[in-house]
Design a binder for this molecule. Structure first.
Ligand code: FPP
Length: 249
């Protein structure tokens, strides 16, 4: 069917869209290089795109969106680039917080705040506090985040809390992670064609579905996001078990 404007109408999304989507936003640098621009311009374009993807997540009914913005390994990048990424996080909070709050987005931080500049730590705390009762979308920003580091810190806290060995279960460990209280990601997307997990949600991603696309992050638009969700909806998730029998007659 073709509409009056000559476009084909969009098919509605299936009902089983993922509740929790996590994204490794990769390819900002290559996007900039391909245009003869400095890497910083790639991160700025990536930030613009993040606004589009957050909007699309709300529109599509995704309830939790987790984005990998800065890893514990990213401190090894040149100083100017680290500073630029810290600056981008500060700008996002300064410029977008009111709108995100008005849209019902709850902001959370995954990672250790201690290595961030003190002023930025305060802004992050304020953003979390201001949006804590919002429930349209939970936006987890993984910043100074590493999956192994998260598990090490969880183990240290479990020991410090004096839990005996027999009390340690998968549920207990989950409760000591940054994502405590949240369901695991259903879908993890990585842009830019790389096929690595890069220390992202190592524990939580145990049974996530993975989706990789060659599209660079600044170009991963609403349509690309929709495609990833549809791909997910067509998969059969077994969580290590067998497929249910066709009919139990
Ligand atoms: C990886 O691309 C991307 C990052 C390390 C940063 C991602 C940050 C944003 C998209 C901006 C939004 C940020 C915040 C803080 C909300 P890359 O630079 O490794 O690209 P390359 O592999 O092509 O060099």
């Amino acid at each position: 069917m073709v509409t009056e404007t000559g476009t084909t109408p969009e098919q509605p999304l299936p009902h089983n869209i993922p509740h929790h989507v996590a994204i490794i936003m990769d390819g900002n640098g290559r996007w900039a290089e391909a245009r003869g621009l400095p890497r910083r311009a790639g991160h700025e374009a990536g930030t613009e795109n993040l606004r589009r993807v957050i909007r699309a997540a709300v529109e599509f009914g995704v309830k939790i969106l987790t984005i990998y913005a800065f890893s514990t390994e990213n401190w090894n990048r040149p100083r100017w680039e680290v500073r630029a990424l810290l600056h981008i996080l500060e700008n996002v909070i300064d410029r977008e917080l009111d709108e995100l709050n008005a849209e019902g987005v709850q902001l959370r931080h995954l990672g250790e705040p201690d290595r961030l500049p003190v002023k930025l730590q305060q802004k992050v705390r304020h953003a979390i506090e201001l949006t804590r009762n919002n429930d349209r979308l939970i936006l987890n920003i993984a910043f100074n985040y590493g999956g192994r580091d998260e598990i090490v810190r969880a183990v240290r806290r479990i020991i410090a809390d004096g839990l005996p060995p027999e009390a340690i279960t998968e549920d207990v460990i989950s409760r000591y992670l940054y994502t405590a209280g949240l369901p695991d990601p259903d879908l993890i997307i990585r842009t830019s064609g790389e096929l690595r997990i890069s220390n992202f949600l190592l524990w939580q991603g145990a049974y996530a579905e993975y989706y990789a696309t060659p599209t660079l992050w600044p170009d991963f638009d609403r349509e690309e996001f929709r495609k990833a969700l549809i791909d997910y909806c067509q998969r059969e998730r077994r969580f290590g078990a067998l497929a249910p029998p066709e009919s139990a007659s």
